[in-house]
Design a protein around this ligand. Structure first.
Ligand code: DC
Length: 245
């Protein structure tokens, strides 16, 4: 049902330039600030695939929990809330529009409280099971790049291409700081962004259910000393090689 609704909302895309890319599933996993969204967007454009950000779905649910006054540790209430929550991703050329219960909440999802909340609601197995099911439906037809933390390990363990994108925490934190709205950046020290990122890493890597870790067959790509162009070129080369294009 959700997959059908998604398809009707998805923009038409040009035919794939190679048959093997049309139905491919590309999984991009890695910690916060590693550049997953940027790389996923580039790959989607280069290979004519849909770009689906799984983290945006956890963020949308955290936003709803915040608005409902439900604590991030209250599993029973969160689970009840999930039963009355509809989350849809609408891929666009510049990223995903995120629709929560029919309303576009895209611009609210980068707020610090929501970012922190997404990492907290995502530790609960009951919430993960719901999200994984939604994500599997979204990608079932193939032709997608999906980025997150557990795409290559849990959501699509048989993905055609798995890339684990990483970088040193200081580098990731500074990249995030530089992406902040200047009005927000003046209120914050770069070290605060690095600290927040480390705390989130810690939680994402150490939760009991589906912790962030590379799949055994993922290609590791450490961008600490690479420019964006170099990372994009390397990621494209990995896809070409894995799909035999
Ligand atoms: O990718 P992101 O920063 O938008 O993700 C926000 C949080 O959602 C992240 O801290 C952990 C959680 N998440 C997850 O547990 N599994 C995913 N596949 C994607 C995100």
């Amino acid at each position: 049902m959700i997959a059908e609704q998604m398809n009707s909302a998805m923009p038409a895309i040009a035919p794939c330039h190679a048959i093997s890319a049309c139905r491919a599933i590309i999984a991009i996993d890695g910690p916060a600030g590693a550049g997953k969204s940027t790389i996923a967007r580039h790959l989607a454009r280069s290979f004519n695939l849909l770009n689906l950000e799984s983290g945006a779905m956890y963020r949308a649910f955290a936003l709803k929990a915040l608005a409902s006054g439900i604590g991030f540790e209250d599993v029973a209430a969160l689970q009840a809330l999930s039963l009355e929550t509809g989350i849809h991703l609408e891929p666009t050329a510049t990223g995903n529009r995120v629709i929560l219960d029919g309303a576009d909440v895209t611009t609210q999802l980068r707020e610090l409280a929501v970012t922190d909340g997404a990492s907290r609601v995502s530790v609960h197995p009951q919430i993960r099971a719901w999200m994984v099911d939604l994500q599997q439906k979204l990608g079932a037809q193939g032709g997608v790049v999906m980025e997150g933390r557990d795409i290559g390990t849990v959501v699509f363990p048989h993905a055609d291409v798995k890339i684990f994108l990483d970088a040193a925490p200081e580098v990731r934190g500074l990249r995030r700081y530089e992406q902040l709205d200047p009005a927000v950046a003046v209120e914050i020290q770069p070290e605060e962004v690095v600290d927040e990122l480390r705390a989130r890493d810690e939680r994402d890597r150490n939760r009991a259910d589906s912790p962030l870790k590379p799949a055994a067959d993922a290609v590791l790509l450490d961008s600490t000393h690479m420019t964006l162009d170099e990372v994009v070129a390397r990621a494209e080369a990995i896809v070409v090689e894995k799909l035999n294009l």
